[in-house]
Design a protein around this ligand. Structure first.
Ligand code: FAD
Length: 518
């Protein structure tokens, strides 16, 4: 962090939750100057998220946390949903090694992750921060945007200008209110009591992660990250969170699980209401929304923070490109067109899962059980709900465009590790076999946007054979991967590869030439 806070930066990020920190770090990695403003003096201390997926792990890797993730998290394997009689309704098995070079599901303690993110922000060149300061106003001018900031305890305001402002300021976002943006709301919400504990002695939970779909008390029992457990209890009709959210009530709920003050420490209990909604637009001119400021989801797919980090990954490379290519406002429009439908689809998945458990009525629960009875054969598993890719925006018209590509272990000389670490993050032209020579001008252009060519089996060794298998399964010879890991497009011949990269250049250049518009 620089000692003084500048009056003008490339980007002001409001809110240093996981999304604001990640966006700042991804911009910092691109040598952009960022001011991160947070109203609290330090990371938010209370646990919230407990799960992140392998795509999120890869984004955190890009934020520089790759070495720290294994100690911060533990892989999740089985996630089972049982009815009130203990009969499985759904059973998800998550592979220990996912498609992004990380376990496909990871359990963690959000404050520990946020603390590492804060450390990283404080030590990254080009990033400034103002902890204990609140953004109270924001607007746009001919030069970009500005934010008015005041010390959280009151005091003199300061104005900082930027080319872009991003509100990562959570569900009650000030920036969103200032933009006057409204929500698409699925109208699906319930109150739950969340209780986090540290057990004094290690204990094996089988299954390790469980949803108890018992109408007498829908309950979540999952890992809370290394050394911690999370219970959540649904507030039933006729109850209020005020009466549930008491320490004695929380211990009473834990008693049937053999969790008591003499064998566990309660880390916290808190009532919350989940929502299923997303903002109708995620930017106005140079002012953007990301994370919970833009969308909120029921927790049952463990995707709220993951979706926010996807926003950060999508927005970071686009803001960076737009700063190098004035007039690329149409590119920034694709933040909305790509991310809103994708986030909404994830919220729909979480809502459908929520409808399985949030049933306090015994008759409705019986009907659900009958309907779902055939879904898990004895000893079998339920296919994971589909996680949608991107279906519009910066994509080629080719197979697999918009899906996530993979990350696996590669070796280059004596350097072995995950591909992003070995070759660097950014645009990748990944070919299966010998490298494809782009012509000089196209190759220079690709390099100018941070593109790297990776020839599997030639410039890098495919240590686990995962890339080879992926190419065989998909019947293609090359992939252009975007900096947010989505596949821009695929190609089958050398000529197709040249066309693919030319198409990318044409598409990006066609999006230039417009001024920043709302
Ligand atoms: C019980 C529970 C369980 C959850 N489980 C999961 C899970 O398993 N997996 C998952 O992915 N997600 C989960 N989530 C959701 C996840 O916690 C959120 O999606 C995530 O914290 C959102 O991150 P964010 O950075 O967008 O917002 P926040 O974490 O809310 O951070 C916003 C920050 O902005 C600051 N701020 C606000 N206004 C201002 C202002 N005007 N000026 C300066 N600073 C400001 C706030 O102080 C805060 O630090 C869960 C949430 C809850 C409540």
């Amino acid at each position: 962090m620089s000692a003084t806070v500048p009056n003008r930066v490339d980007v002001v990020v409001v809110g240093a939750g996981p999304v604001g920190c990640a966006l700042s770090l991804l911009l910092g990695a691109r040598q952009r100057s960022v001011l991160l403003v947070e109203r609290h003096a330090g990371p938010y201390p209370l646990p919230r998220a407990v799960h992140f997926d392998d795509e999120t792990a890869r984004i955190l890797q890009a934020c520089g946390l790759g070495d720290e993730l294994p100690a911060l998290s533990e892989p999740a394997t089985t996630y089972e949903w049982r009815n009130g009689d203990g009969v499985p309704l759904l059973r998800f098995e998550m592979p220990a090694q996912g498609q992004q070079g990380w376990p496909s599901a990871n359990m963690f303690n959000q404050p520990d992750l946020e603390s590492r993110l804060f450390d990283r922000v404080e030590t990254t060149e080009g990033l400034s921060h103002l902890w204990g300061h609140t953004a109270v106003d924001a607007g746009q001018d001919g030069d970009g945007a500005w934010v008015e900031i005041e010390p959280a305890g009151g005091g003199a305001r300061r104005r900082v200008s930027a080319r872009y402002v991003v509100g990562c300021d959570g569900a009650n976002s000030t920036v969103r209110d200032l933009l006057g943006v409204t929500f698409d709301d699925r109208g699906f919400y319930y109150d739950w009591l969340v209780v986090d504990v540290a057990l004094h002695e290690p204990r094996v939970f089988d299954p390790p992660n469980l949803q108890v779909c018992d109408p007498r008390r829908p309950t979540t029992v999952v890992s809370g990250g290394p050394g911690r457990r999370r219970w959540e209890f649904m507030c039933l009709p006729g109850e209020t969170l005020e009466t549930l959210d008491e320490e004695t009530a929380a211990w009473a709920f834990l008693e049937p699980w053999d969790v008591r003050p003499d064998n566990a420490t309660m880390i916290r209990h808190a009532g919350y209401r989940f929502r299923a909604r997303w903002a109708t637009k995620w930017h106005e001119g140079p002012i953007f929304l990301a994370g919970d400021a833009a969308h909120q989801t029921p927790p049952f797919a463990g995707q709220g923070m993951c979706a926010g980090l996807r926003d950060a990954a999508n927005l970071a490379w686009k803001l960076d490109y737009a700063m190098d290519h004035p007039g690329a406002a149409a590119l920034l429009e694709t933040y909305d067109t790509e991310r809103i439908p994708q986030a909404a689809a994830v919220i729909e998945v979480a809502t459908e899962l929520g409808k399985v458990i949030c049933i306090p009525d015994p008759e409705q629960a019986r009907a659900r059980d009958e309907q779902m009875a055939p879904l898990v054969p004895p000893g079998g598993t339920t296919p994971a709900p589909p996680m949608p890719g991107i279906s519009g925006g910066i994509l080629a018209d080719s197979a697999s465009a918009g899906e996530l590509f993979i990350q696996a272990t590669v070796r280059a000389g004596s350097d072995e590790g995950r591909l992003d670490d070995v070759v660097g993050a950014g645009w990748h032209l990944v070919t299966n076999g010998p490298p494809v020579e782009l012509d000089g001008e196209l190759a220079s252009w690709f390099e100018s946007i941070g593109g790297r060519s990776v020839a599997i089996g030639t410039t890098v060794e495919d240590v686990e054979g995962r890339y080879g298998r992926w190419f065989d399964d998909h019947g293609v010879a090359a992939v252009v991967e975007r900096p947010d890991f989505a596949i821009y497009g695929t190609a089958t011949t050398d000529r197709d590869v040249t066309e693919l990269v030319t198409g990318l250049r044409d598409q990006l250049e066609a999006l230039q030439g417009s001024s920043v518009a709302s």
